[in-house]
Design a protein around this ligand. Structure first.
Ligand SMILES: [Zn+2]
Ligand SMILES: [Zn+2]
Length: 393
């Protein structure tokens, strides 16, 4: 059963604590905070569409991203799945709901109460289609509880950025599902990777590096400088190379549409529904869903590096046919099961780059990533999981 599988996995993996609550730039504490913040992985809590099955829970995906935890589409049972996955409710800092079909939102009632019960030390932001405000209000306070958490609603009514932080932007686009539905894209800001050899050559060292990063240039006194202080200007671009930000797209419940492709444009990871196989393409279209081949086509058209298939119809007992259908179109495709943990693949470092020094995106992509993250760059790398069961689904 799902529970037992989850349990064995979580024991093997060890405990997962909440997000880094304290981040002081001193000593061991800071190093620990960096390690915690640097985790970028997707914890799959549920993979079923419409109705849960014996082997799959309703949807639920926790994207751990440095010191943030994005919970996408918490379906029914998400709270319990988090226990099996050994993640605390305090790990959640943001909840993103694509639409208000039950398999994408029923878990909000339980999660909302659990966040208060556990005393989340930070605000929790919830994004959802504005047209579903009444469903949000019901789920947010479905029954009696001591509501003490700071939960901040963000109703969405149009495409575009819905949250911008110093290191990332969260963007949405409407999808084609018959009811108001938005897909999400998390985009890390681009930064720069410093080149130590170039820094040394230019005579930039110590605190000067920080000044260079902050100002974009630094004026350095030359050896032969006179009393007027002859100086040479070193620009950031002279001693660093661009570092594109990482990105993840979440496309759930839609027919083929341009917005799905735009959300997934060039992403490192696309998490995409594939409710049906091609043999049921007519049903997919009729119900506003994708086939595995269509999901793979979106990934290919968008240039997504890795495709994660999920949200499978209960009519299928194995995901092997989904992979057989998708991989000829997009080779780097996996089909997930409840409990899978998928590291966000790390970017290759440019030659001669230093470890973990960059502007704008100093966290997460280069140093101190989780044990699992180092395995993520292989094409078709298998997620951490229990041994496959007979009906993986
Ligand atoms: Zn659904
Ligand atoms: Zn739906």
């Amino acid at each position: 059963m799902t529970g037992a599988n989850f349990l064995s996995q979580s024991c093997a993996r060890g405990g997962r604590t909440g997000r880094a609550a304290t981040r002081k730039n001193t000593g061991v504490g800071f190093m620990l905070a960096v390690l915690i913040m640097s985790v970028r992985e997707l914890i799959v809590l549920g993979t079923a569409s419409q109705v849960p099955t014996r082997y799959r829970n309703h949807n639920g995906y926790l994207l751990r991203w440095d010191d943030e935890g994005f919970l996408f589409d918490p379906g029914e049972g998400t709270q319990r799945q988090m226990i099996y996955a050994n993640v605390s409710s305090t790990a959640i800092s943001r909840i993103c709901i694509t639409h208000f079909h039950g398999d994408h939102c029923l878990g909000l009632a339980g999660i909302s109460q659990r966040i208060s019960l556990d005393g989340a030390p930070h605000p929790v932001h919830v994004y959802f289609p504005r047209s579903g405000q009444k469903y949000y209000d019901r789920l947010r306070r479905a029954s009696i509880f001591h509501d003490v958490a700071t939960v901040i609603p963000h109703p969405i009514s149009k495409a575009g950025p819905i949250d911008e932080q110093p290191s990332w932007t969260l963007t949405v686009r409407p999808l084609d599902h018959g009811v108001d539905t938005y897909g999400y894209r998390l985009q890390e800001r681009a930064g720069r990777t410093m080149l130590p050899a170039k820094l040394a050559e230019a005579g930039v060292r110590g605190p000067m590096v920080r000044e260079l990063i902050e100002n974009g240039f630094i004026d350095i006194e030359t050896d032969g400088g006179d009393e007027d202080g002859a100086r040479v200007r070193v620009k950031l671009e002279d001693v660093s190379v661009p570092k594109p930000g990482q990105s993840v797209a979440f496309v759930m419940d839609t027919r083929m549409c341009d917005n799905a492709i735009e959300l997934a444009r060039g992403v490192d990871v696309l998490i995409c529904e594939s409710t049906y196989l091609n043999e049921d393409a007519d049903k997919a279209h009729a119900h506003g869903h994708l086939t595995a081949a269509q999901a793979a086509t979106i990934a290919r058209e968008a240039g997504a590096k890795k495709l994660i298939l999920t949200h499978f119809s209960q009519r299928y007992t194995s995901t092997e046919p989904f992979l057989a259908e998708a991989r000829p179109i997009h080779g780097n495709t996996i089909a997930v099961r409840d409990g899978d943990v998928i590291p966000i693949p790390r970017r290759k470092k440019p030659k001669g780059s230093s470890k973990g020094t960059s502007k704008g995106t100093s966290k997460g992509t280069s140093k101190g990533s989780s044990k699992g993250a180092s395995k993520g760059s292989r094409a078709n790398a298998k997620p951490k999981q229990r041994p496959p069961g007979k009906t993986s689904g």
